[in-house]
Design a protein around this ligand. Structure first.
Ligand code: CUA
Length: 319
């Protein structure tokens, strides 16, 4: 299979992509053929039998019946539609029936990022890392509104709903990085709810898993926190330069008093930050909406420590 993009399609990099593409091209060219046939004949007939100068105004009566023609335009389209149905149904079953030996990744969509949890315990945000030539089962759910998990190069798209699980699967055929989109309008930052699927060789994937288990080791906590600030998508809403986003900027917040929604104040200390990460709606800063999702279960204690250290380091000791 070829991974290069065509005029019509992005690169194809999964086992099911080839079938999806062939059916797409079949539909496309059947449509082009009949469009050309119908429009072409219309133009021909309009020109050939148009009213000419000197015509008396009486229409000739033509043939009223042609059995062969009528049978043809019933039988041929029926055959084409049945071909499309069988082809499409087989493709649908291929996409729906998940191979029993698939490795499982839990995918969570929330405003406005994706998070992934791997069987071995690792977790990532906005980046799905998988081994090549291995079926991967995705168990999808949403923390809030409806999102849609869409990887064009794998030709898979699945709605991601709150309160129930959805499933999808793919088997990547080539290593590399592929775009991941949210394909369901889910709020003001929908268009930024993007990510990457990184397909690694089996050995690289194993090494990555081992590295993920050791993440942050040998790094200063604030430095590791800075990494997490990007990789866990805090950066989407919290600036470091004082600009307010969907959430307050981290600049100079640590150790200072913040005014809450109800007019009371708290000091932004370690415990306030920890609480705001795990239960963001508990003490909402005045002027902001309760849009931040909980990171409960997405961050380990060590990662929260690192984020606290990072926030502390961002101009915490006065400007
Ligand atoms: Cu999530 Cu659009």
């Amino acid at each position: 299979m070829d991974t290069t993009a065509t005029f019509w399609m992005p690169p194809s990099a999964s086992t099911t992509a080839g079938d999806v593409d062939s059916l797409f091209y079949f539909l496309l060219w059947v449509s082009v053929f009949f469009f050309a046939l119908i429009v072409g004949l219309s133009i021909l007939f309009i020109t050939k039998w148009r009213r000419r100068k000197g015509d008396t105004g009486r229409l000739d009566t033509g043939p009223t019946k042609n059995t062969l023609l009528e049978v043809a335009w019933i039988v041929i389209p029926t055959i084409i539609v049945v071909i499309i149905f069988v082809w499409g149904f087989r493709g649908y079953m291929n996409l729906s029936v998940i191979p029993a030996n698939a490795m499982e990744v839990k995918v969570t969509g929330q405003q406005w990022f994706w998070s992934f949890q791997y069987p071995e315990g690792a977790s990532t945000v906005n980046e799905l890392v998988v081994p090549v030539d291995t079926p991967v089962k995705l168990t999808l759910s949403s923390q809030d509104v409806i999102h849609a998990f869409y990887v064009p190069s794998f030709r898979i798209k699945r709605d991601v709903l709150p309160n129930r699980y959805q499933f999808a699967w793919f088997e990547a055929t080539h290593t590399g990085e592929y775009d991941l989109f949210c394909a369901e309008y889910c709020g003001s930052k929908h268009s930024q709810m993007t990510g990457t699927v990184r397909v690694l060789s089996g050995a690289d994937y194993k090494a990555w898993l081992e590295g993920a288990a050791l993440a942050g080791e040998g790094m200063a906590p604030a430095e590791y926190g800075g990494r997490l600030y990007e990789s866990k998508a805090c950066v989407t809403c919290h600036s470091l330069d004082g600009t307010p986003g969907n959430g307050p900027s981290f600049l100079g917040v640590f150790g200072h008093e913040v005014t809450l929604e109800d007019g009371s104040t708290v000091i932004a200390d370690e415990n306030y930050i920890r609480e705001s990460i795990l239960n963001p709606k508990a003490k909402l800063v005045a002027g902001y909406q309760a849009v931040m999702p909980t990171y409960q279960g997405l961050l380990s204690d060590g990662e929260i420590d690192a984020l606290v250290a990072f926030i502390k380091s961002v101009g915490g000791e006065g400007e």
